[in-house]
Design a protein around this ligand. Structure first.
Ligand code: IPE
Ligand code: IPE
Ligand code: MG
Length: 277
């Protein structure tokens, strides 16, 4: 199959979409950090009788649409799970195609990302990626490093267990060198040693393609993220459904293990005794 460059399409936003975004913003808080497990590219392509790589290529259009709509809505951080540690076990032809697509997409989208004031960063073992990918990534990271509107984080050769393992190793070294005491290892300290150290935990995690699992994504960071799972395959996931996900998020009651403010405040000892006797 040919992998002709993806064209940079019109950046203008329709009036209808602007109105929809106003509704999303007016209906509640916009998540500061959205993380997405972009799944279902292969099945999307196979359903159409095409090879899996077509699905990955079509998925790039969704990446662009979701990235730009998140930036327009005022999302601060968008983290996209693009390639997991376990994905290295796929056939080499698929991996090569994915890596080629990554280089091509970075090359084609760099200017547009920059114009949209979006800063690109990565998490994961990017040193395992082919040299060309690393170079192209670095180029876009350098180009966009001062951008302020939104941070787009690509998780590449990433896994949550790898992230935690590396943090544990670094903390162990600090303890060994006498820089920190074991008792000083708390949640904040662990978070500060993860690859997402300067990024707040995700408020909302979206998984496409109807799979109800985390697949080794941000294991530590997702502790209290709200989940939104959709049957839609990633190449069909566009801004309208993102808005649905955010509407759903805005209706959630994030309790963090506590009870709602004021509830049971004045439960007397006698009532407790009655119930527990
Ligand atoms: C997600 O789509 C993209 C990557 C994991 C790179 P898949 O390639 O997993 O597609 P399905 O889940 O097999 O349909
Ligand atoms: C998760 O999708 C990884 C990415 C989206 C990059 P997978 O397709 O690899 O996950 P499983 O195999 O369904 O758990
Ligand atoms: Mg999959």
């Amino acid at each position: 199959m040919s992998l002709k460059p993806l064209s940079i399409t019109d950046n203008s936003q329709t009036e209808e979409d602007k109105k929809l975004q106003e509704r999303v913003k007016a209906s509640g808080a916009i998540p500061e950090h959205i993380a997405i497990i972009m799944d279902g590219n292969g099945r999307w392509a196979q359903k159409k009788g095409n090879i899996r790589l077509f699905g990955h290529k079509a998925g790039v259009e969704s990446v662009r649409d979701i990235t730009e709509s998140c930036a327009q809505l005022g999302v601060g951080y968008l983290t996209l799970y693009a390639f997991s540690t376990e994905n290295w076990s796929r056939p080499s032809s698929e991996i090569n195609g994915l890596m080629k697509l990554l280089v091509q997409t970075l090359r084609n989208e760099a200017e547009r990302l920059n114009r949209n004031d979006i800063k690109l960063v990565t998490i994961g073992q990017t040193n395992r990626l082919p040299g060309k990918c690393q170079e192209q990534l670095q180029e876009v990271i350098d180009l966009t490093k001062d951008n302020q509107r939104m941070q787009l984080c690509l998780a590449l050769s990433y896994s949550g267990r790898w992230d935690i393992k590396e943090a544990v190793k670094s903390i162990a070294r600090e303890v060994q060198n006498g820089n920190i005491q074991p008792d000083e290892i708390d949640d904040e300290r662990i978070s500060s040693f993860l690859s997402t150290a300067r990024i707040p935990d995700p408020d909302l995690i979206i998984r496409t393609s109807g799979e109800y699992r985390i697949s080794n994504f941000l294991l530590w960071q997702l502790a209290y993220s709200e989940l939104y799972i959709t049957e839609t395959y990633w190449p069909d996931f566009r801004r309208d459904e993102l808005y649905q996900a955010i509407f759903s998020f805005q209706k959630r009651d994030r309790r963090y293990g506590k009870v709602k403010n004021g509830y049971n405040k004045s439960l007397s000892t006698s009532v407790i005794n009655q119930i527990t006797s």
